[in-house]
Design a protein around this ligand. Sequence first.
Ligand code: APR
Length: 322
Amino acid sequence: MARKKIALIGAGMIGGTLAHICAREELGDVVLMDLAEGVAKGKALDLAQASPVFGKDSALSGGSVEDYAPIAGADVCIVTAGVPRKPGMSRDDLLGINLKVMKSVGAGIKAHAPDAFVICITNPLDAMVWALREFSGLPHEKVVGMAGVLDSARFRWFLAEEFGVSVEDVTAFVMGGHGDTMVPLTRYSTVAGIPVPDMIKMGWSTQERIDAIVQRTRSGGGEIVQLLGTGSAFYAPAESAVAMAKSYLNDKKRILPCAAHLTGQFGVDGMYVGVPIVIGAGGVEKIVEISLNADEKAMFDHSVDSVKGLVEACKGIDPELA
Ligand code: APR
């Protein structure tokens, strides 16, 4: 059986890290594409030269987005093209620049890899994945956004630290838009199956400490932007997108929180927002409509409203989206 092909559009910090993980895990052959052709080719060559050391045979190549032909036949496309934020910026501040990038990337995917499963990482995530789907015209179930896996991973790590237990035994849930309004769901987060509210009752933590963790999760990306000084997080975003790609390529049917196109679920129609989904060979195979209590629903609706504002802004900028 021929090897799978993974196209990485954007060969910056996240794109390069994705290429490294894909090559080390031999997920398939990797094509790195960027506006900066030398960066894409240079990273591909560097990784190809690392492959004899780690003993894997994925082919690696780089190309310029002047010509998208090298992505032809890709099974998965992961999009990180665009600009990251600088200290003091919110993800929403990137909208104008990154919307134009989504237009050219969408056209490239439409022309050369219309059968791919597409994972968007570019921010502001929920609006960019919506726009990328519109520009590419791919089926909604084949285009998703990576945010919830990352936000949940941050939440999981903070909880594991708080309880002094393995990250492996902590599951967590974050829904809504990938921004300050995201909704970490404590009730659906567990330690070896024990819901976090029960852990509080058992005296392992206090409500105040968990509330602080929820807040740190919400601003988890910004904390890293401040520390790095230039650019934003890249290891955890790349790992998160790979988990989604593997669920698709191996038909694992994992339940992962992702930005998915909603058609009435959770009272949302025609927008991308973070919700739990099943990812298998068909792409988004199910949307898991968990029940939300009144407080959770109010927080989720508030988050949806902020995504709606960004989608409207996109429509105002590009008439093709209106
Ligand atoms: N087509 C292809 N590549 C592009 C384009 C374009 N139109 N415009 C910019 N790029 C490339 C840049 O040349 C750069 O190499 O996208 C890459 C982005 O890489 P970084 O600047 O290192 O950003 P990164 O940290 O990888 O984040 C990418 O993901 O999490 C989000 O907020 C983040 O929007 C940002 C994106």
